[in-house]
Ligand binder design. Sequence first.
Ligand code: IPD
Ligand code: CA
Ligand code: CA
Length: 264
Amino acid sequence: MDLEKIEPNVINLCHEVADFIRHESLHFDRSRIEQKDTFSNLVSYVDKESERKLVTGLKKIIPRSGVLAEEGTDSKSENEYKWIIDPLDGTTNFLHGVPIFAISVALQRGERTVLGVVYEVTHHECFHAIEGGGAFCNSNEIRVSAISSLGQSLLATGFPYYHTEKKDQYLDIIKTFLEKTHGIRRLGSAAIDLAYVACGRLEGFFEYDLKPWDVAGGAFILQQAGGTVTDFSGQNNFLYGGELCAAGNVHPEMLSVIQEKWFR
Ligand code: IPD
Ligand code: CA
Ligand code: CA
């Protein structure tokens, strides 16, 4: 598979779907919000229609490829390629008119991610990478921040929908970072958090209870931009393991704070 050839097609498709999401955001009616399994896990026809458009388009780009997507598409691959898709990351923001949301697409060959696109809808910022090809925001190459101390860092996190039994440990981590850094942001889109670490706007991002579609695209872009992504044990199981610590040079310092509080 020539990744250089298919990357522009994936970007064009995300661009088209982002136009659809942006258009819907202008006149979205809140009575069309649907609840999933908890009162804070929301969805709408915009998520579902974006997923339909992405799945149709991506399957044209690589016929017989598999798909794992947030709104239910789970089709087996008839070859070695599989897409992992979040058709609208930042759904709660979208539904409330907060303009921070993105499309996230990753392509895996076997178990290995080889392409990632995070398309931030409002500012038309397309973060993208292919294996070994560096990482980009639109046509500009990006790198993680050169900052190497937590004391000069701006971090991001998110607040999980489930597994709140871990909330005390999590709040302890947040408390420590509040005391040690320039601050913590909660943007409401894990894909954008990861993309912002990739381009050096943020030094690090951590969250638990994330799903593969939240992180697959952004984590890959961040790695291609020189960053490190692990689970809270410092291992590689961040895609399906639900714990993620992602950063540039401050990764070791961040991880040691997280481990001290999380595994106490
Ligand atoms: C959510 C966002 C949010 C994170 C949640 C995710 P969604 O995805 O990425 O930042 O905190 O855990 O589920 O529901 O907006 O696609
Ligand atoms: Ca998501
Ligand atoms: Ca979503």
